[in-house]
Design a protein around this ligand. Structure first.
Ligand SMILES: *[C@@H]1O[C@H](CO)[C@@H](O)[C@H](O)[C@H]1NC(C)=O
Length: 430
């Protein structure tokens, strides 16, 4: 018996090590920050568009705003360059170089500037022969590029998968990850190979993903519209049984950037994207012009209670659990745990566009799957989009009613409340 126990324990330890994934210590919570692609794309004409072109000025301006507008303080700490930063040619020694007119001070200088603000610095490259926008990719240059990123003090790297051989792609991502590891600099590794495989009808190998990458793009690029947000959301709910188990501390599914603060989403639709991304434990990377975000949308992005749900240390990705009359109910377990029951963050996401706010009434046990344990008397409900509203108590055996604006979302936290009679024998974590 004793011998069996030891063998089993050793077996479990080995399994546990494998299942833990990439061990660079990064992304224990979903990464937060800012990234250029969705808003600024590949604007390279700095004469015509001086405030929008992909240039050191843009990233310095955004870094300043990350601090002055309160984003850094709220937890958004990465400033990431996406595509179109490169010069069309490598230098004589094969090193990648930034476009000299748009990045005249060089990348190391930009990294130093961003670090001096207390922020972290992210960059972009591609595993194939070219980046998606046609700049020189890394194929054939993995070692020197890994070395260069480390010398530039890069903290985050997104590696895209355009112009890559489908059969070599995964091994190339693994190899580049190993080469980055060898530089000795911990660099958060964001991979894109699942998107390319999914588009070709291939199911990604999630065990390899977890052991290679800190996060990965599951599906296509987000655009500045509610329908784009809905399409990505639908991919995540349609495939949730398959992809949800693989997300967790150190390795996250990534539905792409938040587009709040741009042209395409109404205020209600902004709440919808933020609520769904929070339930999905998604990285919160903003892609907008921080200078023109309205105060209303800015306060959504800086909502401390919602950020705390996104950053919950259990790191469990939530699920679409029910749809009632085109109101989707999304649920994510978070701390605190009361007795054996976790708190639940629950978003009611409207797929309705018909006229008036739509009321749904749900049973806590049957519809929301909340416990009817004798230890739990009910729930303290916190309205996450209305920070001023006092928490209110709802009995476990009762209904909960909420009214959602067209295309919007309501978002609550249900904190289990102990049956007072039993309090003497119970305990609360965190
Ligand atoms: C490199 O990998 C090893 C083994 O997984 C890990 O312990 C170490 O922290 C990694 N180093 C960096 C810089 O990522």
């Amino acid at each position: 018996m004793k011998c069996d126990f030891i063998i089993t324990t050793v077996g479990l330890l080995v399994l546990a090590t494998v299942a833990l994934g990439l061990e660079n210590g990064l992304a224990r919570k979903p990464p937060m920050g800012w990234m250029s692609w969705e808003r600024f794309r590949c604007i390279t004409d700095c004469k015509k568009y001086p405030d929008e072109c992909i240039s050191e000025q843009l990233f310095m301006r955004m870094a300043d705003l990350m601090v002055s507008e309160g984003y850094l303080e709220a937890g958004y700490d990465y400033v990431n360059i996406d595509d179109c930063w490169l010069s069309m040619d490598r230098d004589a020694s094969g090193r990648q170089i930034a476009d000299p007119t748009r990045f005249p001070s060089g990348i190391k200088h930009l990294a130093d500037y961003i670090h001096s603000k207390g922020l972290k610095f992210g960059m972009y490259q591609d595993i194939g022969t070219k980046t998606c926008a046609g700049y020189p990719g890394m194929k054939g240059f993995f070692e020197i590029d890994a070395q260069t990123f480390a010398e530039w003090d890069v903290d985050f790297i997104k590696i895209d998968g355009c112009y890559a051989d489908e059969l070599e792609m995964v091994n190339d991502y693994i190899l580049f990850g190993e080469l980055m590891n060898k530089t000795g600099r911990p660099i958060l590794y964001s991979c894109s190979w699942p998107v390319y495989q999914e588009y070709n009808g291939i199911i990604p190998n999630y065990e390899i993903l977890k052991n290679t990458c800190n996060m990965w793009r599951n599906w296509g690029d987000i655009e500045d519209s509610h329908s784009s947000v809905e399409t990505i959301t639908r991919y995540f709910s349609d495939n949730q049984e398959r992809i949800q188990p693989h997300s967790g501390p150190g390795h996250w599914n990534d539905p792409d950037t938040l587009v709040l603060g741009n042209y395409g989403l109404s205020y209600e639709q902004s709440k919808s994207q933020l609520a769904v991304w929070t339930v999905l434990a998604a990285p919160l990377l903003l892609s907008n012009d921080l200078a023109t975000v309205t105060p209303e949308v800015r306060s959504l992005l800086l909502n401390r209670q919602i950020i705390a749900v996104n950053q919950d240390i259990l790191g469990i990705q939530g699920l679409l659990v029910k749809t009632i009359n085109r109101i989707e109910i999304w649920k994510r377990p978070i701390l605190p745990r009361v007795k054996d029951e976790l708190t639940q963050a629950i978003a009611f996401v409207s797929r309705r566009a018909d006229g008036a706010p739509y009321a749904v009434s749900v049973k806590l046990v049957d519809d929301l799957g909340l416990s009817n344990s004798t230890y739990i008397k009910g729930y303290d409900v916190i309205d996450l989009f209305n920070a001023d509203r006092k928490p209110f108590f709802v009995r476990a055996d009762s209904h909960f009613e909420t009214r959602i604006n067209p295309t919007g979302a309501n978002f609550y936290k249900f904190v289990p409340k102990l049956n007072i009679i039993l309090r003497g024998i119970t305990d609360i974590d965190n």
